[in-house]
Write a protein that binds this ligand. Structure first.
Ligand code: 13P
Length: 340
């Protein structure tokens, strides 16, 4: 294993005040998002939409890495350049989602375990040959009365650690994403307690599998009240709870932390990340940045809606959200800049 290469790639991704763009929606997820705004659910539409994203002028000033999907890593622009080449040309490191989805967990109703370990070493080698330098695997942990179970947390954490070891062996930096989802009426305290349990289990398994912590990026949820919780804590409370949870659970050796947005609006995700970087910059041993999908893409997808005539306006909206996210990573974000 080439440890220095992993450390260098991780630094290129998170050590430069930029963040990551997740554009790795699986075909079913991408189709669901298209359906919501009336875009045809075809390979041609998905290709056009991804071309719009990767050719956005100036994206590389805010985005250090973009996560692709098995379909998009093989796709090309209308002029015939591969998306991988377009990203590299823009100074953006290509990455790849390698899990095959969160599936129902046998014996544990309402819980899921992420699949994709079978054949993973060969797939990862193929993606590396295609130009991917990092990878992503997402585990999904739901909160509801009686769940998550110990079994669900352990099964997902072990799979994440085995995936991480396989990626590092092939020279790819693994993004380790254990997402505690926002859905439900639970409060912030319960999200905190579950996230802490999940992170402890994940890091325990990463040690067991001999994963090099300097060569991973953690992609966690923020500590939030559930979307149906009557008490919605303010930005400062979310920022404080999230940073304290991470300080107690994530070893200092980890290369960086890049949050998912999880269904938050772009504005709220930026305001919360910004508050963490403003208040706690001197206390944190790792860079704290973003790896958003919806919080960067959503306004652009709405504006595009599948029409050639709206591509430029959609790219402008995408760039704006990317710039706001980068400002939040630096602690320079404000409502005023967002509305400008
Ligand atoms: P969201 O930012 O939309 O939560 O997506 C991030 C991601 O990559 C989920 O796996």
């Amino acid at each position: 294993m080439n440890s220095q290469k992993l450390i260098d790639t991780a630094k290129d991704l998170v050590g430069n005040d930029k963040g990551l763009l997740a554009m790795d929606e699986s075909n079913p997820t991408c189709n669901k998002r298209f359906d919501a705004v009336g875009i045809p659910q075809t390979e041609a539409s998905r290709r056009s939409y991804r071309e719009l994203i990767v050719t956005t002028p100036g994206l590389g000033e805010s985005i250090s890495g973009a996560i692709l999907y098995d379909e998009s890593i093989r796709q090309k622009t209308s002029k015939g350049s591969s998306f991988v080449d377009v990203l590299v040309e823009a100074g953006i490191i290509p990455g790849i989602k390698v899990d095959t989805g969160a599936k129902e967990m046998a014996g544990f109703p309402r819980e899921k375990v992420t699949e994709g370990l079978d054949g993973l070493p060969a797939r990862v080698q193929e993606y590396a040959r295609m130009g991917a330098r990092f990878a992503k695997w997402r585990a999904v942990i739901a909160i509801d009365p009686g769940i998550p179970s110990h079994a669900c947390i352990e099964a997902n954490a072990e799979a994440l650690a085995r995936y991480a070891a396989i990626c590092q062996h092939a020279g790819l930096v693994p993004i380790v994403e254990p997402e505690v989802v926002m859905d439900g009426p639970h409060d912030l305290e319960r999200c905190l307690e579950i996230t802490r349990r999940v992170l402890h289990s994940v890091f325990n398994h990463l040690y067991v599998q001999r994963v090099l912590l300097e060569g991973i990026i953690l992609k966690p949820n923020m500590i939030l009240p559930g979307t149906d919780c009557p008490l919605q804590d303010d930005i400062e409370q979310v920022a404080g709870a999230t940073v304290h949870c991470l300080l107690r659970s994530v070893p200092a050796a980890v290369a960086g932390i890049a949050f998912l947005s999880g269904g938050q609006t772009g504005e709220l995700a930026c305001a919360r990340l910004n508050a963490m970087n403003v208040r706690f910059a001197s206390k944190m041993p790792w860079p704290l940045t973003f790896s958003f999908a919806r919080a960067i893409q959503h306004p652009a997808l709405d504006i595009w809606s599948g029409h050639e005539s709206t591509v430029k306006a959609a790219q402008k909206a995408l760039l704006h959200r990317a710039k706001c996210s980068r400002a939040a990573r630096l602690g320079h974000y404000s409502d005023e800049m967002d509305k400008a």
